[in-house]
Design a protein around this ligand. Structure first.
Ligand SMILES: [Zn+2]
Ligand SMILES: [Zn+2]
Length: 324
């Protein structure tokens, strides 16, 4: 690869102008009828809230200029939640169709309570049940993907035993539910979480019976914290090559776009705004120009700061795309 291109602020501003015009034209066309929501081959968006109704997630994404989104499927605080309201689910589907989102560009994020690798029997049972419930919610919403953190051994069982439990929970959920793809997220390697190394993701996938229903979402902050050097020149290419060799690119269903507050290999899960952390803007330029990442959701989970919230970060990322 040649030397990195660094554009000055003015050039970025110019590109933003052009992009805004393209965006408006596309928005108008979209209104004219049934067109898919897209802006080139990259589907950049963010994790949006579901306050006031799950269907509101769709509009929130549109309002911030996103082309893909993540959302939670219910409260993050309780194991047992009221069933998803049928009317709310229908409204969500209406909104999704109206705005032209493909289900493959919507990536629900699993509950943080879940630990499908837990050595504690009660937690494992509850996690297994919650996984089934969440996949059923996805089906009700007409969604095809479901992303979750694989699990943690809590340091009391081996990684292999933990992997076994996670794959067991996935196999159980696949038996109980139709068609939704369970998407494993790579971890930062904090504590005793499993999935920081690509080899661990591979081990889980190998134990899943229906491999058409398992995939991976790569979080850039987690990868960097786990030791994959995205900040180095060619770092994005190197990570994807390694992922392809170790796991297989056909399993890659999504990317979480996060810069990192922590240093390379720190194992800390600390998200930072795009270009403001230790990964840096060059890696994100490479990501939005990487053809292997076409047509999958690229989702921000950054903290945001005044004047640089999701809309600005999405716009910045689109401005870095060299081919439109
Ligand atoms: Zn996550
Ligand atoms: Zn994270």
């Amino acid at each position: 690869m040649g030397p990195r291109k660094r554009k000055n602020e003015d050039a970025l501003e110019d590109e933003k102008e052009v992009d805004n015009i393209t965006k408006k034209e596309e928005a108008v066309e979209e209104e004219r009828g049934g067109r898919k929501r897209s802006r080139g081959n990259k589907y950049i968006g963010a994790h949006v809230g579901i306050q006031g109704g799950i269907w509101k997630a769709v509009e929130s994404c549109v309002e911030m200029g996103g082309y893909s989104f993540a959302l939670f499927l219910g409260s993050q605080r309780s194991w047992k939640r009221p069933a998803l309201d049928q009317k709310a689910a229908e409204k969500f589907q209406e909104q999704r169709c109206q705005h032209g989102f493909d289900p493959a560009h919507i990536l629900p994020h699993g509950s943080y309570l879940m630990n499908c690798g837990s050595p504690k029997d009660d937690v494992f049972e509850k996690s297994q049940a919650l996984l089934v419930d969440e996949l059923n919610r996805c089906s009700l919403l007409g969604l095809s993907l479901y992303n979750f953190h694989p699990g943690s051994s809590l340091g009391t069982i081996t990684t292999e035993q933990c992997v076994e439990k996670i794959a067991g929970a996935i196999n159980h959920a696949h038996q109980q539910t139709p068609s939704v793809v369970t998407v494993l997220e790579n971890m930062s390697g904090q504590g005793s979480t499993v999935g920081g190394k690509f080899s661990e993701l591979k081990s889980i996938i190998h134990k899943v019976r229906d491999q058409t229903r398992v995939g991976v979402c790569l979080d850039t902050c987690h990868a960097f914290a786990a030791g994959y050097d995205l900040a180095a020149e060619g770092g994005v290419t190197a990570m994807l090559d390694e992922f392809d060799q170790e796991v297989g690119l056909h399993y890659l269903r999504a990317i979480h776009l996060n810069d990192s507050k922590g240093k390379l290999g720190c194992h800390l899960d600390r998200h930072e705004d795009i270009g403001k952390g230790n990964i840096g803007i060059s890696a994100f330029r490479d990501i939005v120009n990487e053809p292997r990442l076409d047509n999958i959701p690229l989702i921000l989970e950054t903290p945001g700061r005044p004047g640089f919230e999701y809309p600005e970060q999405i716009e910045l990322l689109y401005s870095l795309c060299e081919t439109k």
